[in-house]
Design a protein around this ligand. Structure first.
Ligand code: ZN
Length: 355
C-alpha cells in the first residue's frame, strides 16, 4: 500500500526587481491577510526601506505599527512578540538584513501568524526560508518555521548594501555543492530521506551562480539580481525537501562552530564558503573540486582562508574536529575528523598556513 505523503510550503508571491519596494503593499494585498501589519526592522534598514513600507501601508489603509530592534537576541524576539500583541498585529513584515528577518520569522512562528520578507541585503538564504536562529548565551535558538508568505526583493536597495554582504550571499549559495554531497552521503549511509528534485535544484542553483560569477561585481545591480534569484531557488529547494539539507551540510556545522569559538566570527556566508572548501576536500581529496570552489569564491571577492575571515588557525582546526558534535546531522565529518586529518585538510587547501 502506498502511504507516503508530503507537504510543501512555498512563498506565494516573490517579487524581485528594480524599485519593487513600493509594490510591497500590492504583494501583500494579494495574500488576503487581515489585521494590522507590524513592520519589524533595525536602525539602518529602517531609514533605507522600512519607513517607505510603513508609509505605503498607511496610505493604503491598514494602520501599520513598527518595531525597531537593535540586536539579534532572544530578548528582541520577545519584544517583537509583545509589540505585536499590543498592536493586535495580523501579520509581520520583516524589513532588513538577516537579523531583522530572523527575528521576524521567530516572532511570527511563536505568534502563529504569517510574515512577509523584505530583505535589504542578499546576505544569506534565510531571507527566503522559514529557518532562523538568534544567539542565546553560547548557543543559538533556532526555529524551523514556515517560509515567508511573500518575498519583496528590491534590487536597487540590495545593490546598495555593503558589498561584503552580497559576496556572503553568493558564498552561501556556492556551499550548496557540498551540502548536497553531504545529504547524498547521509542517504547512502544512514538512509536519510533524499529528494532528487530538491538536490538537483540546489546543485543547479550553485552551478548557475558560478557560471555567472563574471557578472557579479560591486556596484552592478545585476549582481543583486543574480544573487537574490539564487537565494530564492535555494529557499525553494529547502521547501521542497522540507528540511535545510539541500543548502546546509558539514560546512554549515563548521560555521556554527566558528560562531561559538571565534572572538570575531565572520559573516555566515563567508564562513560556510571556506567550510565548503574544507569539506569538498574531505569528500573527494586531492583531485576533487575544492580548487573550483575556492576559485569561484575568490572570483566574487569572498574569503578563502582563515586569515581573510579574521579567524585563527586554531579555531579552524577546533571547528573542523568538533563540528560533528553540535547537531544530529550526518555529514562527511562522520563521527569526527582527527586533528592530524584536519590539519592536513586545512593546510593542503590553503585555508590555514601551517608551519
Ligand atoms: Zn547558509
Amino acid at each position: 500500500m502506498f502511504e507516503k505523503s508530503t507537504w510543501i510550503r512555498l512563498p506565494r508571491n516573490v517579487v524581485v526587481g528594480h524599485g519593487v519596494l513600493d509594490r510591497t503593499v500590492e504583494a501583500v494585498a494579494e495574500l488576503h491577510l487581515t489585521g494590522r501589519p507590524l513592520v519589524v526592522t533595525s536602525p539602518t534598514p529602517r531609514e533605507v526601506a522600512a519607513e517607505r513600507v510603513v508609509e505605503g501601508f498607511a496610505a493604503a489603509g491598514p494602520d501599520p505599527a513598527m518595531a525597531v530592534v537593535a540586536e539579534a537576541s532572544f530578548g528582541a524576539v520577545e519584544e517583537v512578540i509583545d509589540t505585536a500583541r499590543e498592536a493586535d498585529a495580523g501579520f509581520l513584515v520583516g524589513v532588513g538584513g538577516g537579523k531583522a528577518i530572523d527575528i521576524t520569522k521567530m516572532a511570527a512562528d511563536e505568534l502563529g501568524i504569517g510574515f512577509v520578507s523584505v530583505p535589504t541585503a542578499a546576505s544569506h538564504d534565510g531571507i527566503v526560508s522559514g529557518r532562523g536562529s538568534v544567539p542565546e548565551e553560547d548557543t543559538r535558538h533556532s526555529v524551523a518555521a514556515e517560509p515567508p508568505l511573500a518575498v519583496v526583493a528590491d534590487t536597487e536597495i540590495l545593490a546598495d548594501a555593503p558589498w561584503r554582504l552580497t559576496t556572503a550571499g553568493c558564498a552561501d549559495i556556492i556551499s550548496n555543492y557540498t551540502a548536497v554531497k553531504d545529504w547524498q552521503l547521509a542517504n547512502r549511509l544512514k538512509h536519510v530521506e533524499y529528494s532528487e528534485y530538491a538536490g538537483a535544484l540546489s546543485q543547479m542553483t550553485a552551478e548557475m551562480l558560478v557560471e555567472n560569477a563574471d557578472s557579479i561585481k560591486q556596484g552592478l545591480e545585476e549582481s543583486a539580481w543574480i544573487v537574490v534569484k539564487a537565494l530564492v531557488s535555494s529557499g525553494v529547494a529547502m521547501s521542497i525537501a522540507g528540511s535545510s539539507r539541500p543548502a546546509s551540510g558539514a560546512e554549515h556545522l563548521i560555521s556554527h562552530q566558528l560562531d561559538r569559538l571565534a572572538d570575531n566570527p565572520g559573516l555566515h556566508g563567508h564562513q560556510v564558503g571556506v567550510g565548503s572548501i574544507l569539506t569538498e576536500y574531505l569528500h573527494t581529496g586531492h583531485n576533487g573540486r575544492w580548487r573550483a570552489i575556492r576559485d569561484a569564491l575568490r572570483s566574487i571577492d569572498a574569503p578563502t582562508t582563515a586569515a581573510e575571515l579574521g579567524i585563527s588557525d586554531d579555531d579552524v582546526l577546533e571547528a573542523l574536529t568538533t563540528a560533528h558534535e553540535i547537531r544530529d546531522r550526518y555529514t562527511i565529518l562522520g563521527n569526527g575528523v582527527s586533528l592530524d586529518a584536519a590539519y592536513e585538510t586545512a593546510t593542503v587547501t590553503g585555508v590555514i598556513d601551517g608551519d
